[in-house]
Design a protein around this ligand. Sequence first.
Ligand code: PLP
Length: 371
Amino acid sequence: MNPIPVNQPLLDGNEKKYLLECIDTEWISSEGPFVKQFEEQFAHRINRRYGIAVSNGSAALDVALVALGITAGDEVILPTFTIISCAAAIVRCGAVPVVVDCDATTWNMDVNQIEDKITPRTKAIMIVHIYGLPVDMEPVLALADKYGLQIIEDAAEMHGQTYKGQPCGSFGAISTFSFYPNKHITTGEGGMLLVDDERLAARCRSLRNLCFQPQKRFVHEELGWNLRMSNLQAALGVAQLERLDEFVARKRRIGQHYTELLKDISGLQLPLPKTDYAENIYWVYGVVLKDEIAFDAQEAMERLQKHRIGTRPFFWPMHEQPVLKKMGLFDDMYCPVAEKIARRGFYIPSGMALTSEQICQVASVLTEVFQ
Ligand SMILES: *Cc1c(COP(=O)(O)O)cnc(C)c1O
């Protein structure tokens, strides 16, 4: 039996052709034409006016917070169940991350807990759509409106997903994406900010490019970063974007196939196929061990590894991160749902290149391990 990796991208469209074009034309840096093309096409696909391509999704979050003027003493509300990049971006601009727990079935932030966390210092809510289903946006938008808060929308896992028919990534003042190879479309490493406001777009572009000034290039009023995306990366992005609809359909088929094969394993909680606002796009296919299973996710992943099946643990909650606790954050914080799924959840091979045979193979090993 061949090993089944947790992720494998699909690069059999125009990727090679466009990469060769970069080499033939000698356009390899961020000045090349694919960067602008990718920015425009991706922004258009998500119904936004401006796209600002950057070197990765974490960098996109760093730029987003600074561009929105989040600064020392401000508070930003975010889900505890997310990737470190979200909290890191908040901490790095001097602001305070304030976390809420997640919902036990969608694994997304529990929007009912947000209002209690709002203080006079709250400046923004960072939304993070998790694993395949979007956050329930309407209550969040209403709160943002009521309290005058900015929304930053981390849509790194949500390319092509919609919330009540509107594209994920079209809700925040700034939304961010990642194009890491396990995302729905990939550029190897890469990310993008999407905005509608022209001045905000200019600010993101400037921060991405060391805050060089148009007139006096090497005189700086502000510190930025070099987070530019190369033409080579953008060439991949343009080729991948041509297939986004196909990729989303493919991921949905993978998810549905898994659910069909795993639904009778009583010890496993599977992803929700849909909510009343979206159908799952299964960025990853996560499972959570129910109480009746005597061991935890770590042990389950080790057992699957013996059968050469790749897995990844669920996110580890922000309020339990040693690095953040050492900063004096989250004393006595308790988020029971996130704490539980962090210990009981993991995801199984979910990459774009996964075949039906591989899905059947993974399912049969899971059946053997859990029954
Ligand atoms: C992948 C991911 C990121 C980080 O993107 P990178 O390109 O790996 O830096 C940020 N947020 C979420 C929700 C992600 O899934």
